[in-house]
Design a protein around this ligand. Structure first.
Ligand code: TTP
Ligand code: MG
Length: 356
C-alpha cells in the first residue's frame, strides 16, 4: 500500500500578506489587483470568505459582497520565494514530490528520508517544519492514494490534518459532497442533479457503463473515485521531460546576435524555476523560429549543478551553431531536459565510483 500526503497552504497569498503586515490580521483582505474596481480575486482571507468572496471572482463583485474588504496587490515574486521554501521542506522527506501549484503538492512517503513508517508522523513533521521556516499554516491529507489525500487536505482547513485509512474510506466518501471529487465542477454537478444523483451513495448505484454513458470521459474515473479507487502515481518533477519557456516576438528580431539578451532573461527565469523545484538539468536547448517559420534547435550537454552565470557562454556558443545568422526571427525559446534530483546525481556518482 502506498502512503501519500497532499499538502496545501491555507489561504496562501493572503496568509503571506497577513504574516508580513500585522495590520491585516483578523481582517477581510482580498488579494489581486489591489483595486476594488478592476481585476479578479486571486484569493482572500478566511474573514473575507465569510462574506462569500472567492478566488476568480471579479473584484467589483467582491467589493459588493464585502465593502469593508482591504484590497491588496499580489506580490508573485514573494509567493514564489515562499513556495521554494515549502518545496525544499517537502524534499526533506521524499524526492517523490509532484507540485500542483505554488502552494500544494503530492508527496509519496511510502519510503521516506526520515525513515518513519507512519505517514501521519511525516505529515506532522511537514506541517511543523513549514510553520517553523515560513511562519505559515498548511493543511495535509494522509492516505493511500492521491484522491483521498487531496480531499483530506481540504477537509479540515485551516491548519488541518486528515487521515483516511482503507477501513474509513467508505464512510468518509459517503459523507462528502459530489463537488469534492476531482473534475466535478458546476456543469457536471448540475448534470448529476438532473439525473437524480445528489450524493456519493446515489453515484454508487450506477454501473461503470452507466457512468461512462452519462459522464463521458470522466465516467470511468467517477466510478472509481466514488469507491475510493485511484491508481494515479505521484509523478516526481524529475520525471517530467523538460522545463522551458519560449516567446513569440511582438516585433521580429533582425539577427541571431540580437537574441542574446532575451535568451539570457529566459534562461535566468527558467533556471530559477528549476532551482525552486530542487532539480538539476543535464541538457540545455535553444530553439529559434525564423520569420519564414522554419525552425531549428541546438542542444548542449551541461553540468547538472550549473548556475545561470555559466549559461551566458553556452548561449553564445550555441547561437553560433544556428544555420542562418542574419535572418529575421519570430520566436525564441529555451528548455532544460534530463531533469534529475540531488539524490539521482548522488546515486549515479556512487554507481560510477563503484564501477571503477
Ligand atoms: P488555493 O490553494 O486554491 O487557495 P488558497 O491557498 O488561497 O486557500 P485554501 O486555504 O482554500 O487552500 O490556491 C493557492 C493560491 O493560488 C492562492 O492563494 C492564490 C492563487 N490562486 C489564484 O491566483 N487564482 C485562483 O483562482 C485560485 C484558485 C488560486
Ligand atoms: Mg491553498
Amino acid at each position: 500500500m502506498r502512503k501519500i500526503i497532499h499538502v496545501d497552504m491555507d489561504a496562501f497569498y493572503a496568509q503571506v500578506e497577513m504574516r508580513d503586515n500585522p495590520e491585516y490580521r483578523g481582517k477581510p483582505i482580498i488579494i489581486g489587483s489591489g483595486n476594488h474596481r478592476y481585476g479578479v480575486v486571486s484569493t482572500c482571507s478566511y474573514e473575507a470568505r465569510a462574506f462569500g468572496v472567492r478566488s476568480a471572482m471579479p473584484n467589483i463583485q467582491a467589493y459588493k459582497l464585502c465593502p469593508q474588504g482591504i484590497f491588496v496587490r499580489q506580490k508573485m515574486e514573494k509567493y514564489a520565494r515562499v513556495s521554494a521554501q515549502i518545496f525544499e521542506i517537502f524534499h526533506e522527506v521524499s524526492d517523490c514530490v509532484e507540485g500542483l501549484s505554488l502552494d500544494e503538492a503530492y508527496i509519496d512517503v511510502t519510503e521516506n528520508k526520515l525513515g518513519y513508517s507512519s505517514a501521519i508522523k511525516v505529515a506532522h513533521y511537514l506541517k511543523q517544519r513549514i510553520l517553523e521556516v515560513t511562519n505559515l499554516t498548511s493543511s495535509a491529507g494522509v492516505s493511500y492514494n492521491k484522491l483521498l489525500a487531496k480531499i483530506g487536505s481540504d477537509f479540515q482547513k485551516p491548519n488541518g490534518l486528515t487521515v483516511i485509512t482503507p477501513e474509513q474510506t467508505e464512510a468518509f466518501i459517503s459523507n462528502l459532497s459530489l463537488k469534492n471529487f476531482p473534475g466535478v465542477g458546476t456543469k457536471l454537478y448540475n448534470k448529476m442533479e438532473i439525473l437524480g444523483i445528489f450524493k456519493p451513495d446515489d453515484l454508487l448505484q450506477l454501473s461503470s457503463e452507466e457512468c461512462i454513458k452519462y459522464f463521458g470521459k470522466h465516467g470511468n474515473d467517477l466510478y472509481n473515485y466514488v469507491r475510493g479507487i485511484d491508481h494515479r502515481q505521484v509523478i516526481a518533477e524529475s520525471t517530467r521531460k523538460s522545463i522551458g519557456q519560449e516567446t513569440t516576438l511582438k516585433k521580429e528580431i533582425e539577427n541571431i546576435a540580437e537574441c542574446k539578451n532575451l535568451l539570457y532573461k529566459l534562461v535566468n527565469s527558467t533556471i530559477s524555476q528549476i532551482q525552486n523545484k530542487k532539480l538539476y538539468a543535464t541538457t540545455f536547448t535553444i530553439k529559434i523560429k525564423y520569420a519564414d517559420f522554419t525552425q531549428y534547435t541546438r542542444a548542449k550537454t551541461v553540468n547538472p549543478s550549473h548556475t545561470s552565470i555559466d549559461f551566458t557562454k553556452h548561449i553564445d556558443s550555441l547561437l553560433l551553431s544556428f544555420p542562418h545568422q542574419n535572418k529575421h526571427i519570430r520566436l525564441v525559446g529555451v528548455s532544460f531536459s534530463g531533469l534529475c534530483t540531488q539524490s539521482d546525481i548522488k546515486k549515479s556518482n556512487i554507481e560510477q565510483t563503484t564501477l571503477f
